[in-house]
Design a protein around this ligand. Structure first.
Ligand code: F6P
Length: 547
């Protein structure tokens, strides 16, 4: 069934939410907590090893019910069924969207064009497993008979960000293999990486769904040339493997058919780390851990599919985001993991969220008359506290934030963990309550009275509070819990796309720049400068003179 095509602003729930917003807009969350001792319990979802407290949001039970009515009116329930069952929900590209099938059990059936895709998924998983084991145990060797010590993932966007984020996040579980990522077409990136490598002991994984991406092919060719300075053409097949849907082009590059890990057009780039695109994850942490990542994601899939909306983590987080984006007119959302391991998590989510929901044409082909995709940004705490938290606490913008933390530290350094978590908890408490004038005054040494300069300082020391946060507290960072966390955000993206009546799974917006870059490259290579606006012509001229 095609996805429903309902303009959310025409629903009854939307109109009621607009009215309700006027009641809520000026209420302080502090007062909501004071009124309702059960608030924290009522607005918490305790699921498996996840504890999700969303009580520090500018909502009441009525807000939640109206948001759920909105989800019902835009037929989210039916859309979720279509999403998991292989319907062509990526209509603009005429494809199913089935990254969830990559983590389904072998017994499940998911039909695309009349064929169950699960056996194929499991064949590729088996290939990943065998290959991973042979690289890790040293059975597969480089062209001089040495075991592999390094892996380089060559890809960009979804063929880089997902694997890079997971490899970094799971470094505690890593084996002896060092993994590197080359993505940018900036030649300094690839050169900085290869200068550390020995061609005899390095395996290159070229990841490109299309195998046409300029950055990836340029980097792959540069690396191949560098490799051939030491090795022969016939050694390429020992050191280069590829993940792609474009088998012909991969073979033309010189890669052995056996060394191609297939993927499918029903896996979108930014949702592909669960496929063979995750090969570098498997090589870095072992196949069993890769499989645990997938099974964690599957658990979140089941939760999302089966749980009622009122206790459904991705649905609730998506609805809250719509509430702030469309009613409070918040422009951005911060993601603050209190774990240095999740250093790349916000960057990874930027592609997932902004490439998916940065759309302004609705599913009827009409321009939307409401806001869609949120701007995502963030950095781990506590570092970010010393960087941009000032603006969240006392600036003029409303920035809802997700605080993600892990109760147990992996290295067991308890003193550090206690300090980390005290900051994690303190920040959301501060953002909720703020600090009143009375509290500021009480902190001065009142026995001496307040000096004039202290008096002048008072307004600057007041915190309004009432800043919304979600706390996603997880027992421990493991491959499985990370899988759950990533899948949570994938489903949040889906829900928001359904509510905003947009197509979340295409990305035509990245094409224009690529096209023009080709024209400009032609100008640069031929030393011409034609058919550009005056500004572009001048900039190009500056390069041509100074390069
Ligand atoms: O930048 C657009 C994009 O198509 C992304 O969606 C994708 O993840 C990336 O380029 C890389 O594409 P490919 O895997 O085909 O090289």
């Amino acid at each position: 069934m095609p996805l429903p095509k309902i303009n959310p602003t025409t629903t009854k729930a939307w109109k009621k939410l607009q009215e309700h917003f006027k009641e809520i807009e000026h209420i302080h969350m502090k007062d909501l907590f004071a009124k309702d001792p059960e608030r924290a319990n009522n607005f918490t979802i305790d699921w498996q090893d996840f504890y999700v407290d969303y009580s520090k949001n500018r909502i009441t039970e009525k807000t939640k019910n109206l948001l759920i009515d909105l989800a019902d009116e835009v037929q989210l329930g039916q859309a979720i069924k279509d999403y998991f069952s292989g319907e062509i929900i990526n209509e603009t590209e005429q494809r199913a969207v089935l990254h969830t099938a990559l983590r389904s059990p072998a017994t499940e059936k998911v039909i695309v064009d009349g064929i169950n895709v699960i056996p194929d998924v499991y064949n590729v998983k088996e290939k990943i497993k065998q290959f991973t084991n042979q690289i890790i145990n040293g059975k597969l060797k480089g062209f001089t008979g040495k075991v592999f010590t390094d892996v380089v993932n060559i890809g960009i966007g979804g063929s880089d960000l997902g694997p890079a984020m997971v490899v970094d996040s799971l470094q505690f579980y890593k084996n002896h293999i060092n993994t590197h990522f080359v993505s940018n077409v900036d030649g300094d990136h690839v050169n900085e990486i290869i200068k550390k490598l020995n061609p005899e002991t390095t395996l290159f994984v070229i990841v490109s769904k299309t195998f046409t991406t300029q950055e990836t092919l340029s980097n792959a060719n540069t690396i191949r040339d560098w490799f051939l300075q030491t090795a022969d053409e016939l050694h390429v097949s020992k050191h280069f493997v590829a993940v792609s849907t474009n088998i012909n082009s991969v073979q033309e590059f010189g890669i052995d058919l056996n060394n191609i890990f297939p993927m499918w057009d029903w896996v979108g780039g930014r949702f592909s780390l669960w496929s063979a695109v995750g090969l570098s994850i498997s090589l870095s942490v072992g196949y069993d851990n890769f499989d645990k990542l997938l099974s964690g994601a599957h658990k979140m899939d089941e939760h999302f599919k089966k749980e009622s909306f009122k206790d459904n983590i991705p649905v609730i987080l998506a609805l809250l985001s719509v509430w702030y984006n469309n009613f409070f007119k918040a422009e951005s959302e911060a993601i603050i993991p209190y774990s240095q391991y999740l250093n790349q998590f916000a960057t990874y989510l930027q592609q997932g969220i902004m490439e998916s929901n940065g759309k302004s044409i609705d599913r009827n082909g009409k321009p939307v008359n409401y806001q869609t995709g949120t701007i995502i940004w963030g950095e781990p705490g506590t570092n970010s506290q010393h960087a941009f938290f000032q603006l969240i606490h006392q600036g003029t913008k409303l920035i809802p934030a997700d605080f993600i933390g892990f109760a147990q530290s992996l290295h067991g350094n308890q003193d550090h963990q206690d300090k980390l978590i005290s900051n994690f908890v303190a920040q959301t408490e501060a953002l909720l309550n703020g600090k009143s004038r009375e509290q500021v005054i009480s902190e001065y040494n009142s026995s001496k009275g307040i000096t004039e300069s202290e008096q002048n300082q008072i307004p600057f020391k007041i915190f309004q509070g009432n800043k919304p946060t979600n706390t996603i507290f997880i027992k421990k960072l493991t491959p499985e819990s990370l899988g759950k966390l990533i899948a949570l955000y994938e489903h949040k993206i889906f829900v928001q796309g359904i509510i905003w009546n947009i197509f979340s799974f295409d990305q035509f917006g990245v094409e224009l720049g690529k096209q023009l870059a080709k024209n400009i490259l032609h100008d640069i290579k031929n030393n011409i400068n034609a058919n550009h606006d005056a500004s572009t012509a001048n900039i190009l001229n500056y390069f041509q003179k100074n390069n």
